[in-house]
Design a protein around this ligand. Structure first.
Ligand code: IMP
Ligand code: MG
Length: 178
């Protein structure tokens, strides 16, 4: 797997530090509210698990699935959200997302949560690629701003692979431009 990685971007220690910092920020900002943290599957699964252990307040969990990519390395803009009876009515929702790229996916999921009756929606994103933004969106809690490179690992995939890497790395172009 490592031979497909061009360059290491974030080490496990840097990711753990970011989770601790974001967990603290989330606790200070949202404490006292009735919070449901919603993991956007599949990419956010590892980040969600680590981040939640750094949030020192009672939080409910829920999970939604958002798909836009197919097997391409570019967002299609055609985002589908599926939720197995997620119950967020009247709650403060904290959406947990791996990466905000064009912003289309997270904008769609956020409006979906409001449609389901959420009182308010906050977003924690591990990675942000602001240079690629198309939708008018900014996350409330951001781990790292990164350059316009295609990254994998720590939950992020290319064509469903590399999610299990313990670090985040830039994928070699020849791994997705074949
Ligand atoms: P957006 O809708 O363009 O903001 O894309 C967001 C979604 O695309 C994320 O939830 C990821 O699943 C995926 N994505 C965007 N950039 C990358 C990347 O560099 N590596 C892996 N997945 C990415
Ligand atoms: Mg994702």
């Amino acid at each position: 797997m490592a031979s497909d990685i061009e360059r290491l971007l974030l080490t496990p220690a840097q990711i753990a530090d970011a989770c601790a910092r974001l967990g603290g920020e989330i606790g200070s900002r949202l404490s006292g509210r009735d919070v449901t943290a919603v993991c956007i599957l599949k990419g956010s699964s590892l980040f969600f698990a680590d981040l939640m252990r750094c949030v020192d307040m009672p939080v409910a969990f829920d999970f939604v699935r958002a798909s836009s990519y197919g097997s391409a390395a570019e967002s299609s803009g055609d985002v589908s959200v599926s939720h197995g009876g997620v119950c967020v009515c009247g709650k403060t929702v904290l959406l947990v997302e791996d990466i905000v790229d064009t912003g289309r996916t997270i904008s769609k999921v956020k409006s979906h949560m409001l449609d389901l009756g959420a009182k308010e929606v906050f977003v924690a994103a591990l990675l942000d690629k602001p240079s690629r933004r198309v939708a008018d969106f900014s996350a409330d809690f951001v781990g790292f701003e990164i350059p316009d490179e295609f990254v994998v690992g720590y939950g992020l995939d290319y064509n469903e692979k590399y999610r299990n890497l313990p670090y985040i790395g830039i994928l070699k172009r020849n791994a997705y431009e074949k």
